[in-house]
Design a protein around this ligand. Structure first.
Ligand code: MG
Length: 269
């Protein structure tokens, strides 16, 4: 019997020699025969082409199918959150709407379900206060139709070197999901949220059967990656769901700070 110490090198040489022989074989004269149906079992293409949407002229400008909620001129698409029969009480000047402290929030006249939202905002350049008292406002999705600020808040806050509880900083889903990163610009600089919101669904008994979700980009940076909302973003106590129509207004919060907003548009999804 040959010992394994002799057989193994011999085997190695044979393998190497056959590899060289295969590599030296000429390429076949003909391409290989095609498979019987190379497209078998593929996902079929949709019957209809995607709807054409003309993008805005500049980055952030509303595309052709957007509903513009604020174009810098007036608040005709908004009402007072305290009293929906009253016009929105905030100040419009120079293409910008500014929170009028103490007047209450404003909400849209129309209701929306699943939406893509673009909104630009700026906190005061003169820094006053700390934590939650510094440049606080908020965008409320599925906001209630009365005062009280229920709904699901994407927090607006001056979070530039401003520690607070992190699930209450800029871009948080208030007290539920901290932003993945802090993409805040300096106080006074314009910032952008691009948000995809899917409204929750309730059964006929008012029980939530599909939770709301948020995806949020802050100044182009992903900060909420399709997170599930646990319920209304309450300030105190645990979040919980309370049944509401699928389509609800969008609201902006008066938290007592003169936050500026501009270029607000949505696309129903
Ligand atoms: Mg807020």
């Amino acid at each position: 019997m040959p010992s394994s110490s002799r057989v193994l090198p011999l085997l190695g040489m044979l393998v190497a020699a056959s590899a060289i022989a295969i590599a030296q074989q000429p390429a076949p004269a003909q391409p290989p025969a095609p498979a019987p149906d190379p497209h078998a079992n593929e996902v079929p293409a949709p019957k209809n082409p995607p709807r054409v949407v003309t993008p805005g002229d500049a980055v952030g400008a509303p595309p052709s199918d957007a509903i513009v909620l604020f174009d810098g001129k007036d608040l005709s698409n908004w009402v007072s959150e305290k009293d929906a029969t009253s016009p929105a009480p905030w100040t419009v000047a120079d293409g910008v709407v500014t929170v009028k402290a103490g007047s209450g929030g404003i909400r849209t006249t129309r209701a929306f379900g699943d939406i893509q939202l673009h909104i630009e905002w700026a906190t005061p350049s003169e820094v006053k206060g700390n934590g939650q008292e510094r440049g606080n406002s908020g965008v409320f999705f599925a906001a209630s139709t009365g005062a009280g600020g229920s709904g699901y808040e994407v927090q607006v806050l001056d979070s530039y070197n401003n520690p607070t509880y992190w699930h209450g900083s800029a871009g948080s889903i208030y007290k539920q999901h901290a932003p993945l990163v802090n993409a805040s610009r300096k106080p006074g600089e314009w910032q952008v949220y691009d948000v995809v919101f899917h409204a929750p669904k309730f059964d006929s008994d008012g029980k939530v059967i599909k939770r709301a979700t948020f995806t949020v980009f802050h100044n182009g940076v992903l900060i909420q990656d399709h997170v599930e909302v646990m319920g209304m973003t309450t300030h105190s106590g645990p979040p919980y769901y309370k049944a509401h129509p699928e389509k609800m207004p969008l609201a902006l919060q008066d938290h007592g700070n003169p936050i500026r907003y501009r270029n607000i548009w949505i696309r129903p999804l």
